[in-house]
Design a binder for this molecule. Structure first.
Ligand SMILES: Nc1ncnc2c1ncn2[C@@H]1O[C@H](COP(=O)(O)OP(=O)(O)OP(=O)(O)O)[C@@H](O)[C@H]1O
Length: 619
C-alpha cells in the first residue's frame, strides 16, 4: 500500500466515524426514546452469549455434584440461562426492527441532504460531468448503508465485546484456547479483501449502471416512448441496457465469487481450530483438570464465537460499505461547499445599467471546442434583445451564461456593473424567469403546473389566473373538466394536453414571476402556430416597454417576430457577427439581411401557392 493509499484509507476511516456520528445525531433527532432502547438492548446483547455459556456450565457442574451445590444455585443458573437466551433471541429481533425503522428515517434525511447539497451548487455544469454523475449514482445507491453507519459501528462494537467475553471465559478453561481468536483472523482479512474487490467492481461499472437506469427511464417515459415505438428502437435499447446490465452483474458476481472463496478458506481454518479445541478440552476433562461443565462451556462458546466473529466481520463489512458511501458523501459535501456561491452583493430592484458580457468565452465541460468566443454585449434595461443565428450558433448557451446556469470559461458577466459571481445568486435567480423550447411538463393540477413558476404565489388563484391570461391560455383552461384544479398528464390519470397547449402553460409559468429583471424566451413558442406566436411576442414586447427595469431576451428563428425587438444580435459560430436594430441590420446588408430576405421570400412563395402559412423559419 502506498503512503497515498494509506492516507486515503485513514481519511475514509475518520470520515466513517464522522458520518456515523452525524447519522447517530439524525437518528437521535428522529426518536431519542428508540435510540435509548437500542443502546440498552445492544449492551444486554453483548453479555448474553457469555451468560448462556456460564449458566450451562453451572447447570452441568451442579447436576454432576448435586450434593455439593444447593438447589437455589441451580435454579439461579437456569434462570440466568433462560434470561440470556430470551435477551439474545427477542432482544435481538426488537433491536433489529428498531434499527431498521430508524435507518429508513435517517435514509430519507440523508437523501434530502444530497439533494440540498446538489441544489446549492449555483451552476448546472456539474450535472453534465460523467465523473460527478457516476459518484452521485454510487452514493444514491448506498444511502441506506450510510444511514445505518452508526448501527454498523455499534453492532460491531457489541460483537467485539461479546467475542472478548467469550474468549476471556475460554482462556479460563485453558490459555491455549485463545488461539481460536487467532484462527478467526483469516476470515476477518477475507472480509476485507472481499469488500475491496466488491467496491472495485461497483466503481468500475458505475457508468454501465447509470446507462441501464437511463435507458429504462427513457423506455418507460411517455415522451420518449412515442419515438422509440415508431422507430421500433425498443429492442435495440433493450439490448444496450441488457449488455450494460450484464457487464455490471458479471463484474459483481465475479467479485462475490472471489469473496466467497476467501471467506470459505477463512472458515475452514476456524473449523479445524475448533475441533482441536474440543480435543484439548476432552483430554483436560479426562485428566481431571477441567469439569464437564467446562467442556459444555467450550462447546457453547466455541460455536457462538464463530457467530460472534461472523457478526464482527459482517459488522466490519457494513462499516466498509458505509465507508465506501461515506467517501462519496464527504466528496459531495466538500464539492458543494467549494462550489457554493459566496457572492453577497444584492441586486437592485430595478436594473439601471443593465447586463454586460465582457469578452466572454465558454467551453462545455469535456468538450475541446469553445461554443462562445470573445462575446461583448450590452443588454439595456427596458429593452427587448433578440438573438438570432443558425442551429448550433450558441444562442441557448448565451442564455445559460446570462442566467448564471453556467459560469464563463473566460471573461465575465456583469449585472449593473457587479460581476455575476459576486452577487447573491439566490436573489439573482429570484429576479429571473423564462420559458424554453425544451420545457417541462409538470404533471400536476393546472394551478400548480403554472403556479410553480413563482413558488411564493403558487396557491394564489388571482396570480395563476393572471399568468394564464397573459400567456393566452384561458381557452385551454376553459375546456378542462375542473378548470385550474384539473390534474394534468396521463401518469396520474389526468387530462393530456397537446404539445402546443403544454407550451402555453409553460409560458404562463414563466409569467408567474412579477417584475423580473431578466425574462428569457428561448424559442418557447416553437409548438405554437406562427400567428399565435406573433401575437404573443407582440404582447411580450408591449409589456416589456411598460416595465422600464426589465430586460427581455428573445431567441427565435422567425425573423418576422424578431424584427420588432429593440436590439438584434446575430451569432455565428459562437461569435457576435452583427448587432443593431432591424433597420440598421437591413441597411448593412449582411448575414441578417440575407436570412431575413430568404425567409420573407419563402413566406411570400407559400402565400402565392395559397398556403398562407408563414411557418417556415431560418434554420
Ligand atoms: N451540454 C452541452 N455539452 C456539450 N456541448 C453542448 C452542450 N449544449 C450545447 N452544446 C454544443 O454547443 C453548441 C451550441 O449549442 P446551443 O444550444 O447554444 O446552440 P443554439 O444556437 O441554441 O442552437 P439551436 O438553434 O439548435 O437551439 C452546439 O454545437 C452544441 O453541440
Amino acid at each position: 500500500m502506498t503512503s497515498k493509499d494509506s492516507k486515503s484509507v485513514r481519511r475514509t476511516g475518520s470520515g466513517t466515524l464522522r458520518t456515523a456520528s452525524h447519522t447517530f445525531a439524525l437518528a437521535w433527532r428522529a426518536d431519542p426514546a428508540v435510540v435509548r432502547v437500542i443502546i440498552v438492548l445492544s449492551l444486554a446483547q453483548a453479555g448474553a452469549v457469555a451468560a448462556t455459556g456460564v449458566s450451562q456450565r453451572w447447570v452441568v457442574d451442579a447436576t454432576q455434584n448435586s450434593g455439593g451445590r444447593p438447589l437455589g444455585a441451580l435454579a439461579l443458573a437456569v434462570l440466568i440461562g433462560v434470561a440470556a437466551h430470551v435477551t439474545a433471541a427477542a432482544g435481538n429481533r426488537t433491536r433489529y426492527n428498531y434499527q431498521h425503522d430508524l435507518t429508513d428515517r435517517v435514509d430519507l434525511e440523508v437523501n434530502r441532504e444530497i439533494l440540498t447539497a446538489t441544489a446549492s451548487i449555483p451552476t448546472l455544469e456539474h450535472l453534465e460531468r460523467p465523473g460527478y454523475l457516476n459518484r452521485l449514482e454510487l452514493l444514491r445507491r448506498h444511502t441506506s448503508a450510510l444511514a445505518g453507519s452508526c448501527w454498523a459501528l455499534t453492532d460491531t462494537g457489541i460483537a467485539v465485546m461479546g467475542a472478548g467475553l467469550s474468549l476471556w471465559l475460554l482462556i479460563g478453561v485453558h490459555p491455549a484456547l485463545a488461539a481460536l481468536a487467532l484462527l478467526a483472523l483469516p476470515s476477518l482479512w477475507a472480509v476485507k479483501f472481499a469488500e475491496r474487490s466488491l467496491a472495485r467492481a461497483r466503481n468500475t461499472t458505475a457508468e454501465d449502471q447509470r446507462l441501464e437506469n437511463r435507458i429504462h427511464r427513457m423506455v418507460l417515459a411517455p415522451e420518449s416512448g412515442k419515438e422509440i415505438y415508431l422507430a421500433g428502437a425498443g429492442s435495440v435499447l433493450d439490448e444496450t441496457a441488457h449488455v450494460a446490465r450484464t457487464r455490471v452483474v458479471t463484474a459483481v458476481v465475479k467479485a462475490r465469487l472471489r469473496a466467497t472463496g476467501w471467506q470459505l478458506s477463512g472458515w475452514v481454518i476456524y473449523a479445524a481450530g475448533f475441533i482441536a479445541a474440543l480435543i484439548l478440552t476432552v483430554s483436560l476433562v479426562a485428566q481431571g483438570r477441567a469439569s464437564l461443565g467446562d467442556l459444555m462451556l467450550v462447546i457453547t462458546l466455541g460455536t457462538q464465537l464463530r457467530f460472534q466473529i461472523h457478526a464482527t466481520t459482517s459488522g466490519f463489512s457494513r462499516i466498509a460499505e458505509a465507508g465506501h458511501a461515506t467517501g462519496h458523501y464527504l466528496w459531495l459535501s466538500a464539492h458543494a461547499r467549494r462550489r457554493r456561491s459566496t457572492g453577497t452583493c444584492q441586486i437592485p430592484s430595478m436594473l439601471k445599467r443593465g447586463i454586460q458580457m465582457r469578452d466572454v468565452s465558454f467551453t462545455y465541460p469535456g468538450s475541446p471546442v469553445p461554443v462562445l468566443s470573445g462575446v461583448n454585449l450590452t443588454l439595456r434595461p427596458g429593452s427587448t434583445v433578440a438573438v438570432v443565428g443558425v442551429n448550433g450558433a450558441g444562442k441557448t448557451t448565451l442564455v445559460k451564461l446570462l442566467s448564471g446556469m453556467y459560469a464563463p470559461t473566460a471573461g465575465r458577466v456583469d449585472i449593473d456593473g457587479v460581476p455575476l459571481g459576486e452577487l447573491d445568486i439566490e436573489a439573482w435567480r429570484r429576479g429571473l424567469t423564462g420559458a424554453f423550447q425544451d420545457f417541462v411538463r409538470f404533471q400536476l393540477p393546472v394551478r400548480h403546473t403554472v403556479g410553480i413558476g413563482e413558488p411564493d404565489a403558487m396557491d394564489s388563484q388571482e396570480e395563476v389566473a393572471r399568468a394564464v391570461r397573459e400567456a393566452g391560455a384561458e381557452a385551454i383552461i376553459a375546456r378542462l373538466p375542473e378548470g385550474l384544479d384539473t390534474q394534468l398528464g396521463p401518469v396520474y390519470g389526468g387530462t393530456e394536453l397537446s404539445q402546443g397547449q403544454w407550451q402555453r402553460l409553460a409560458l404562463a409559468r414563466a409569467l408567474m414571476r412579477r417584475r423580473p429583471r431578466l425574462l428569457v424566451l428561448d424559442e418557447p413558442t416553437a409548438a405554437l402556430d406562427p400567428l399565435a406566436e406573433h401575437e404573443l411576442y407582440e404582447a411580450f414586447m408591449r409589456q416589456a416597454k411598460a416595465a422600464p427595469g426589465q430586460i427581455t431576451l428573445l431567441v427565435s428563428h422567425r425573423f418576422s417576430t424578431v424584427r420588432g425587438a429593440d436590439h438584434i444580435v446575430v451569432l455565428d459560430g459562437g461569435r457576435v457577427t452583427e448587432e443593431g436594430t432591424h433597420t440598421q441590420l437591413m441597411a448593412a446588408g449582411g448575414r441578417y439581411a440575407e436570412l431575413y430576405l430568404t425567409q420573407a421570400a419563402a413566406y411570400e412563395e407559400e402565400g402565392d401557392r395559397g398556403g398562407g402559412h408563414a411557418g417556415s423559419d431560418a434554420r
